[in-house]
Ligand binder design. Structure first.
Ligand SMILES: *Cc1c(COP(=O)(O)O)cnc(C)c1O
Length: 401
């Protein structure tokens, strides 16, 4: 019997829904792409998106911006974080997170990851009292930590929490949407995330002062009364004189593409989770391979899948990645010494002071990651799991430690 192969690309998203294409054409035809270019009482696509995303998350206020990374930097600036300030963040995340901290001249201080791939709350508790100005919490790869305990630790240390929800848009902890636990929640609408406008970002908050500053920072000039999910004009009174314009607005074309996708999110989440659970079931009890358990309080969006190869030698992990690649299954390894494509780790971010993270290093050494685009179906997910399982069994029986 010839070995099964998988032949779909792991980076192919679904097309933009027809309603999004139609709305985009409407914007192109009237030509008013700038968010503040509106006629009379017209509510532009960006302002409408902000209202809809605020409702989706249950937030009082929402601001759409140019990218997820911009959203993170904007949140830090709105909080008044600046040069030399220490900002805690996950030791396991993607480059835009420490990058946003460095963009305001602040210093990233990394917190260890735990076996659930979430932030290690004991390490956070130890580091929270050491003079940091904020926690930028990355729900990396969709893994949400015990948010009740995290907020107790951070509130106890008067540490404001900015949530990086690039991988948890639509997820929740104990029924509270991801992005709604901290003072600000930041999301990305870049192509590989849960909504796709090529590039884009969103910020939500209930804090009127912070949101007024974020809106001014994003480049609203004095046109903020045209927003529909913003604090009242009084909230801008003091800030409008002293808040620099760091332009990073979203435009009406992207917002037009996003609105129909947002309306589809609940159905898309259900599809992602069916793929995720198929892979999980297909890999259960594979010798040498450990699955990441998902807490009952966590509502997941299974847009990617992770598993651990505890104690495997580096060459054995690389062999698994290569053998799966040979059968069309694209795995990413977070333990590689050199940053590759989107994947890098804390010791690759050399603008930050070097830090000792033994737990994170140990876990990342055996961490495998895989995207699950919605162009895959459940039969694809089952096939992918069979391929990984077969290759892991061959290597494990041959000795990997
Ligand atoms: C993609 C991503 C971001 C930044 O989003 P962009 O829109 O690409 O700037 C931030 N954090 C994480 C974890 C991401 O994966």
């Amino acid at each position: 019997m010839t070995a099964e192969r998988f032949d779909k690309p792991f980076t192919q998203q679904e097309p933009i829904p027809e309603a999004g294409i139609e709305a985009a054409l409407g914007v192109l035809r009237h030509g008013r792409l700038h968010r503040y270019n509106t006629l009379g009482d017209e509510v532009g696509e960006v302002a409408a998106l902000e209202v809809e995303f605020a409702a989706f998350t249950g937030a009082r206020y929402c601001l759409a911006v140019a990218s997820g990374g911009y959203a993170l930097g904007c949140a830090l600036r709105a909080l008044g974080i600046g040069p030399g300030d220490r900002v805690l963040t996950n030791g396991f995340t993607l480059a835009p997170v420490p990058g946003a901290i460095a963009s305001v001249g602040a210093v990233p201080v990394f917190v260890e990851v735990d076996e659930g791939l979430a932030i290690d709350l004991d390490d956070l508790a130890a580091k929270a009292g050491q003079g940091a100005k904020a926690l930028m919490l990355s729900h990396m790869r969709g893994h949400i930590c015990d948010m009740d305990r995290l907020m107790a630790i951070c509130n106890g240390a008067s540490l404001p929490v900015i949530e990086d929800c690039a991988h948890t848009m639509g997820g929740a902890w104990a029924g509270v949407p991801s992005g709604r636990h901290g003072v600000m929640g930041c999301y990305s609408t870049q192509t590989y995330k849960h909504l796709n406008s090529g590039e884009g970002g969103l910020i939500v908050s209930d804090d009127a002062d912070l949101m007024a500053r974020a809106i001014l920072l994003s480049g609203s000039y004095m046109l903020y009364p045209r927003h529909r999910a913003a604090p009242p004009p009084e909230a801008f009174e003091a800030a409008r004189w002293v808040t620099p314009n760091v332009s990073g607005r979203m435009d009406n074309l992207r917002a037009a593409i996003l609105r129909p996708q947002l309306a589809d999110m609940p159905a898309q989440i259900a599809r992602w989770n069916r793929l995720y659970r198929r892979i999980e079931a297909g890999l259960a009890e594979t010798p040498g391979l450990r699955l990441v358990s998902r807490p009952d309080k966590e509502s997941i969006v299974g847009s990617s899948f992770q598993f651990l190869l505890p104690g495997w030698r580096a060459d054995a992990v690389q062999a698994l990645v290569a053998r799966c690649q040979g059968r069309g299954v694209e795995l990413k390894w977070f333990g590689a010494a050199e940053p590759v494509a989107f994947t890098s780790r804390h010791d690759s971010w050399r603008y930050a002071p070097p830090q000792s993270l033994p737990e994170t290093d140990r876990i990342l050494a055996g961490l495998i990651d895989m995207r699950l685009p919605l162009t895959f179906d459940e039969a694809d997910a089952a096939l992918i799991a069979r391929i990984i399982r077969a290759e892991a069994e061959v290597l494990f029986q041959g000795g990997v430690a």
